[in-house]
Design a protein around this ligand. Sequence first.
Ligand code: ADP
Ligand code: MG
Length: 238
Amino acid sequence: MSGLELRNIVKNFGAVEVIRDVSLHVNDGEFVAFVGPSGCGKSTLLRLIAGLDKPTGGSIAIDGKDVTAISAADRGLAMVFQSYALYPHMSVRENLAFGLENTKVAKAEIEARITDAARMLEIEPFLQRRPGQLSGGQRQRVAIGRAIVRRPDAFLLDEPLSNLDAELRVSMRAELAALHARLKATMIYVTHDQVEAMTLADRIVVLRSGRVEQVGTPLELYNNPANRFVAGFIGAPH
Ligand code: ADP
Ligand code: MG
């Protein structure tokens, strides 16, 4: 089976159950948003999918293969964090190339990918600068660029726009939509902003206290919320 399959995922931190029996299938190329209030487990779930942490129970499969049987490098995933996580002592170019240099990707191919991503994200003028010399929006573009140059099958984005001001957030939203249309990669997008989820996602997963409350298209959730929590969160009439 193709795509990403979560089966009965449970995650405990000590005695605390943070993810409780989450099952979900994400199709190749789909844009799925995880929404829910702060602390509901969005980042934890994304980290489990990325292989940065292991579930306490359940299994995660990519294209029918258990992730534990696939090396991190071969999973075809790239993660973008809210905090950018750029190396301050490296130029933008070096940040983009970092991690690709010691792989099978040839030098000329790395250069071509950097040029392509920089053009797409309009960060060409800043390639020689350091992150400290960039605005928040430019830094976030670099962080997204670093994921793009890896040519992943799936992008895992953890509140990538939440540190930006409102105006920039709206324009970056449009850019993300364009990027998804162009790259045709799977996007798993964590946000606590329901407007972002409603405008970007093919499907929305509403989480509450580590459980899935509802999964559906933005329209399904809006027209047919499973309960008051979903309705309230989505901003649907109830
Ligand atoms: P969200 O991203 O939805 O805001 P998180 O996934 O970050 O939520 O956190 C879910 C819950 O798990 C929170 O109660 C948080 O305090 C707890 N948690 C997250 N990471 C850890 C950890 N490494 N150790 C202990 N508790 C954690
Ligand atoms: Mg989080």
